[in-house]
Design a protein around this ligand. Sequence first.
Ligand SMILES: *Cc1c(COP(=O)(O)O)cnc(C)c1O
Length: 469
Amino acid sequence: MLYLSTRGHPDRKHFCEILLEGLAPDGGLYLPERYPQVDAATLAKWRGLPYADLAFEILSLYIDDIPAADLRAICRKTYTQEVFGTREIVPLKKLEEGVYLEGLSNGPTLAFKDMAMQLLGNLFEYELGRRGEELNILGATSGDTGSAAEYAMRGKKGVRVFMTSPHGRMSPFQQAQMFSLQDANIHNLAVEGVFDDCQDIVKAVSNDLEFKRKYRIGTVNSINWARLVAQVVYYFAGYFQAAKANGEKVSFAVPSGNFGNICAGHVARSMGLPIAQLVLATNENDVLDEFFRTGVYRVRGSADTYETSSPSMDISKASNFERFVFDLLGRDGAKVRSLFAEELPARGRFDLSGDIARARSQYGFVSGRSSHADRLATIRSTFERFGTLIDTHTADGLKVAREHLQPGTPMIVLETALPIKFAATIVEALGREPERPARFAGIEALPKRVTVLPADAARVKQFIAAHCA
Ligand SMILES: *Cc1c(COP(=O)(O)O)cnc(C)c1O
């Protein structure tokens, strides 16, 4: 299996070559040359496999440069009951006839990003060990991504993490999760500024090519193909739990921000998994809902990006969206390049209203948006009717899912975080604190390991240089 760039670059690469890379050389995103097709016999074989073995089967279709025995061992080491809390790994919970929640947030940091990041940590350690190389991961986080990356990379050989976050702006729980890690290879950098300052620092450091090469700077952001392919697995696992027989169709509702999670659903559907609809849910930051309703993709500036109570979906520009546009436009790299490298930077928008009907008819996409009031109402009614407490992002997904129910087609809402991560809104909705898993009892009181730095790329570089032995 070879990988190409969405912007038409002629190079073709193997999985392990793109594993440690970010963007393709022409600024595009990597995708496989084709989507392997899964037929009825394969579905029958996969139904009933333990999650780790299902992951191995799916990943093997995309990875031809890791020996099968090693890849299987990596999957089995990653997806364990010990790390993810249940034997199913992604247990399905029925809310009512035809409406299910798929639990993707029972990993170490209680958000779905663990599903992919835990695998990435083991793949990085394996590949770096094989090459005898080291990698220094530099990132910016406002919460979920940073903690998922740190818990995935802690104690891994050959990897150091330097994670910037806006000083004093994450929730006390999120700060405690990250800053209580005592592993020598994890470095928390609290930057005196906002999240955008952190991102600017990461960009400035990455643009210093000499520094980047000398200190082997890499990233783990959501455009990484390995993260995306890891997420394909739970669409299959959810399908097997909700559909009684292979061939039956199900729909998925996905709380979306950077379009990474739902892009994995698009890949699963393109492989032949019987998915009726992919229901994309946004919060008040509705760039993607606007696109799927009108065909116009109009990115927002930071002044028009709202801070909401589902903060992990507060994005103004969806970094994975280019992958879907590439498929929608018949994999025309030249066209994608002109849209994303020319039209979007120049005009802040592009118009695919002529193609948008096919996004629905051929690719199954529908969408909707949810507001703070919707989240409160959905959290409240879900708790009152079913005794189930959901987080704010999952509430956005469930609210929009209900607008697209089709009789006879099960709807699986992806649960992307646990309510404890966003306790303030739960209290606002229900007047009570969400339950906290026992292993997080009292983490706010643990000693913190964090360095406060000014919003200055030079100071961050100094810190990295001083901590790379
Ligand atoms: C990251 C995140 C999302 C958005 O996922 P994308 O892949 O960026 O679309 C939704 N909910 C939670 C809790 C998240 O952490």
